[in-house]
Design a binder for this molecule. Structure first.
Ligand code: NAD
Length: 362
């Protein structure tokens, strides 16, 4: 375990990255955090506002594909830990425009690996020194394992990779490159494969924030196909805690699944969110004044907005994570139950309307 960490966090202005940065600065007041983010449509510097005055935080606007920039950040800030979140992350966008996914997810990860190898291993070696102490942590997804039938056991770390979308294929490629840099060059890597996340700062194109923000605008709640696709959901701060454990105790070269054994059909999540939104409006009469457009929820019937739409091409039926290895080896356990996590998420969106209203129509 490293005493002091200087972290380079890529994608730290995106959904999971920003939650990780908030969590890390809170838990590790002596560590330095450098965020590198290209601020694509999914990145939002305002999400760092609550920590932007923290002297331990540095924000750099830049692209992970810029290897020279990454090298200079690693050197100038004596970075010993790189946590790699930056990615194109929306499956639908990967179907209509895969280019950015190949560039950021594959070439971008390759660029980071090259810079890390050079600064941490090659340059010290040229001076006759040992490699610098370092860790390269790669954040990946359960989607690399493909899709499951209803009765299949959940994904384990040794499941074969069977990605089905341009998004999951690009993530799978990056996972393989990270692995290869360990086996070929001795780069000290770990990888975590996590299930679907939800929580604050989630871009309103993704299912849960889309449903919440559409209810507030009284817009239809689109459900793909029959709504019976199953996903395994984890509160985003529980993901941050899982990554922290892997950094502290994970074995180099290993993959760790992170998940909460929390499988839900999409339609059931949408119904749960509708129910909790109806209740929120019933419990607090001020909300109806703040969100006058939320007519169905004000009337206690957000469910009437549910609308079935044509299924996504190649839509995976089910993802589920078996996190036994991470639980047993690292003592990992999620803290949040689904209902408390969804309640926290709803109340965050209700209190942060300027954040999400600024992102609509992106
Ligand atoms: P996100 O789309 O919300 O954020 C991605 C961030 O990366 C944005 O801030 C964006 O500006 C930045 N970025 C994109 N291209 C970049 C580039 N070329 N250079 C620098 N920055 C760039 O994504 P997220 O949901 O926070 O996901 C973060 C990571 O976690 C991704 O690697 C994703 O594959 C993985 N993951 C996500 C989930 C999930 O449920 N969201 C689950 C498991 C794993």
């Amino acid at each position: 375990k490293m005493n002091q960490r200087n972290l380079l966090v890529t994608g730290g202005a995106g959904f999971i990255g920003v939650n990780f940065v908030h969590y890390w600065l809170g838990q590790h007041p002596n560590d330095k955090v450098i965020v590198l983010d290209a601020l694509t449509y999914a990145g939002n510097k305002a999400s760092l506002d609550p920590v932007i005055e923290n002297p331990n935080l540095t924000f750099v606007h830049g692209d992970i594909c810029n290897t020279e920039l990454v090298e200079s950040l690693l050197k100038d800030h004596s970075v010993n830990t790189l946590v790699h979140f930056a990615a194109e992350s929306h499956v639908d966008r990967s179907i209509t425009g895969p280019d950015a996914f190949i560039e950021t997810n594959i070439l971008g990860t390759y660029s980071l690996l090259k810079a890390a190898k050079k600064v941490w291993i090659d340059l010290p070696k040229e001076q006759g020194k040992e490699p610098l102490a370092h860790r390269f942590h790669h954040v990946s997804t359960d989607e690399v394992y493909g899709t499951l039938e209803p009765n299949d056991p959940p994904f384990k770390e040794n499941n074969p990779y069977e990605p089905n979308s341009p998004y999951s294929a690009s993530k799978a490629a990056s996972d393989h490159l990270v692995r290869a840099y360990h086996h070929t060059y001795g780069l000290q890597v770990t990888t975590s494969n996590c299930s679907n996340n939800y929580g604050p700062y989630h871009f309103p194109e993704k299912l849960i924030p889309l449903i919440i923000t559409n209810i507030l605008q009284d817009k239809p709640l689109p459900i793909y196909g029959d709504g019976q696709q199953i996903r395994d959901w984890l509160y985003v701060e529980d993901h941050a805690r899982g990554i922290e454990l892997v950094l502290d105790q994970g074995r180099v070269g290993e993959n760790y699944n992170i998940g909460g054994h929390n499988e839900w059909a999409n339609i059931d999540i949408v119904k749960l969110v509708c129910k909790l939104m109806n209740e929120a409006f019933e419990a607090d009469s001020n909300l109806a004044n703040k969100y006058i457009s939320a007519k169905s929820a004000i009337a206690g019937n957000a469910e009437q907005l549910i609308t079935f739409v044509t299924d996504r091409a190649g839509h995976d039926r089910r993802y589920a994570i078996d996190a036994t290895k991470t639980n047993n080896e690292l003592g990992y356990k999620p803290a949040e139950s689904f209902e408390t996590g969804i309640r926290k998420t709803i109340s965050w969106y209700l209190s942060n309307s300027t954040w999400w209203q600024g992102l609509l129509n992106n």
